[in-house]
Design a protein. Structure first.
Length: 88
């Protein structure tokens, strides 16, 4: 079995990826806000569908609970944004 010389591959510098476009904090923040907006738009429909599946369930009760959960997500997102260091 022949031994291959791998010193050339190790000593060459890695490819510079800093020139390529990556997803930054602004894009992540924008995607999170869009996702929260989609959840907020779908909540009335989802609460009506859930109420139709469960006997005696009120859509208002389900919707109000969903709004509280969405509020917790928004608070957590706000805290994460404050804690995160923004370089852009």
């Amino acid at each position: 079995m022949a031994v291959q010389d791998t010193t050339q591959a190790v000593t060459q510098p890695a490819e510079d990826v800093s020139e390529g476009r990556t997803v930054g904090t602004k894009e992540q923040l924008g995607a999170g806000v869009i996702a929260l907006g989609i959840f907020a738009l779908l909540m009335p429909w989802a609460s009506g569908e859930i109420a139709a599946l469960v006997d005696g369930a009120e859509p208002y009760t389900i919707l109000s609970g969903s709004v509280m959960v969405l509020g917790l997500f928004i608070l957590a997102a706000g805290i994460a944004i404050i804690v995160q260091r923004m370089d852009d």
